[in-house]
Design a protein around this ligand. Structure first.
Ligand SMILES: NC(=O)C1=CN([C@@H]2O[C@H](COP(=O)(O)OP(=O)(O)OC[C@H]3O[C@@H](n4cnc5c(N)ncnc54)[C@H](OP(=O)(O)O)[C@@H]3O)[C@@H](O)[C@H]2O)C=CC1
Ligand SMILES: O=C(O)[C@H](O)COP(=O)(O)O
Length: 496
């Protein structure tokens, strides 16, 4: 149960504390905020509301702890990360239970998220050892006008303090995907967990605490973003921001100062199905890609662009599978579970109603109970409908019928998002031509979009983000190259 056993020190009465100075603390504000269970729609957990002074103190402590951490040998940093990973795995059930209650993630998927996060940490520790132990030595006589009278030694150094802001849909995994690369590279981290998902994230932080990381190196702050969001993201002590979330990230990026940004934002991933595609494979991937975690994934299939000649057959196959999806609470592993909040459910409903009113065909009757929305395939969607361009983050799949491949590619490239996309065809040449033409960070051929495996590069174009994730890229992003040039009194050549 949350807040029990090795997690008991996280709780003060019924309120979860925040983490700073290597301790769990109750905010001096005396205020709390609530996490609503999306299934029951009632308060499930309470969190401390931190103050600006507590935030400032956290950053001061992070700066100090980082200086010492950067001097800890790399193998010891890796060792500490492996310990945290093992603790996460040991405590996977209690952390998964928080995910079930806070974000209504199906029970099995919740456990998978925690285990995947532990694997992420282990892999990062190993990758960090390899990447960060390598440097470069350049000699100057390759550049015109130079003799061989210098050696340029370069290696990677930490940035300082990394601010990590993850979203509600992967509060554990998308926290560790920022924390682990930051720490292996010698940085300190301040984490601001998403409101829904905070308790799972705080439990994950306790695993780092129990692994023995130095005090002040990792902090977790719980705030009301309306009050302290700007102060947090523009804090002068920050040396890097790693953010995953929706359009709020665009405003954060615009306000951020001269610090490297890793922004992984929204998506409207298109699935283009050509006339020679394996339609069973395409249908299975549209279901998996569109409805996993009830469509609340940045990489969910958010629009299907099907060639006219096969569209009827494809829709029929997808519909058979939609009918088989179970709908209900996350505790019993239903395929479709309540979406994260009432406002999210209202937004999704607005998109469905707009499409229906403008003439789209709903293959299933629209049904909603509280935050639970039954899965729907919306056919004959047109460009004047909101669902064509907006990200529903819910169990809805719109279908647009296209006459040519170019029409599909053009639609994909007209979106303000450019995260991932996919194309289904049995002709590898057509697949590559479409993949090259699609302006998205990644294109999957004959499979639904996905971020994982976690060491693959993951990036979005346009409003989908800045920079690239994936274990190797995150380590690079959270470090800077530093050079030392050794100047020799005379030129020195081999054998001479
Ligand atoms: N490209 C990618 O890798 C991924 C992108 N996403 C995208 O995330 C979105 C869904 O996640 P969601 O959590 O709703 O996204 P939000 O953008 O609403 O929130 C993301 C995080 O940012 C915080 N936040 C919001 N506003 C501010 C602010 N002004 N200052 C500081 N922090 C702020 C939130 O805190 P709080 O919860 O307290 O409001 C939360 O921790 C979707 O658009 C999805 O596509 C999701 C996963 C992966
Ligand atoms: O929100 C998201 O979509 C996640 O970043 C996706 O992760 P996945 O594609 O590996 O499930």
């Amino acid at each position: 149960m949350a807040g029990s056993g090795v997690f008991a020190e996280l709780l003060d009465g019924d309120t979860f504390k925040y983490y700073a100075d290597g301790q769990w603390k109750r905010s001096t504000s005396g205020n709390s905020m609530t996490v609503i269970n999306p299934t029951s729609r009632s308060t499930y957990y309470k969190l401390s509301v931190c103050t600006k002074e507590e935030m400032d103190h956290m950053f001061d402590a992070a700066r100090e702890a980082q200086r010492a951490w950067a001097r800890v040998p790399l193998w010891r940093r890796a060792e500490a990360l492996h310990k945290a990973a093992a603790l996460l795995k040991q405590n996977k059930d209690v952390i998964a239970e928080c995910l079930v209650k806070e974000v209504a993630k199906p029970a099995k998927d919740s456990v998978t998220e925690v285990v995947r996060s532990a694997d992420f940490i282990d892999y990062t520790a190993e990758e960090g050892i390899r990447i960060l132990s390598e440097g470069k030595c350049l000699v100057p006589d390759s550049f015109p006008g130079n003799e061989r009278n210098k050696l340029c030694l370069s290696s990677r150094i930490p940035l300082g303090v990394v601010l990590a802001i993850p979203p509600f849909n992967y509060p554990v995994n998308l926290s560790v995907s920022k924390i682990a690369p930051a720490l292996i590279a010698g940085n300190a981290v301040v984490v601001k967990p998403p409101m829904q998902g905070s308790v799972a994230a705080l439990h994950m932080i306790q695993c780092f605490h129990l692994a023995g990381f130095p005090k002040g190196l990792i902090s977790a702050i719980t705030i009301k973003v309306a009050d302290l969001g700007d102060a947090l993201t523009t804090h002068p002590a920050i040396n890097c921001i790693s953010f995953t979330g929706g359009d709020s990230g665009i405003a954060i990026a615009k306000r951020a100062g001269m610090v490297p940004l890793q922004m992984e934002l929204g998506g409207k991933d298109a699935c283009i199905v050509l006339d020679d595609a394996d339609l069973d494979l395409a249908a299975a991937n549209i279901i998996k890609g569109g409805f996993s975690f009830s469509g609340q994934r940045c990489t969910a299939v958010k629009i299907v662009l099907a060639m006219d000649t096969i569209a009827n057959k494809l829709v029929e196959k997808v519909n058979v599978k939609v009918a088989r999806l179970s709908v209900g609470p996350p505790e019993v592993d239903s395929d479709i579970t309540p979406v994260v909040s009432e406002s999210s459910a209202d937004f999704i409903e607005g998109l469905v109603m707009d499409a229906r009113q403008k003439g789209a065909k709903l293959w299933q009757e629209y049904r909603r109970e509280g935050n639970l929305i039954w899965p729907i395939l919306i056919d004959n969607v047109r460009p004047d409908m909101r669902i064509t361009w907006e990200e529903p983050f819910g169990p809805i799949i719109p279908v647009i019928r296209i006459r040519t491949i170019e029409e599909g590619v053009q639609h994909c490239n007209s979106s303000r998002y450019g995260l991932q996309g996919c194309v289904f065809t049995n002709n590898i040449h057509r697949a590559l031509i479409v993949s090259d033409a699609m302006e998205t960070g990644t294109v999957q051929i004959n499979s639904a979009p996905a971020r994982g495996p976690d060491h693959f590069p993951f990036q979005g174009l346009r409003d989908s983000g800045i920079g690239s994730q994936g274990i190797t890229n995150s380590i690079h992003m959270m470090t800077k190259v530093k050079s030392t040039v050794i100047n020799l009194p005379v030129s020195s050549y081999t054998m001479g």
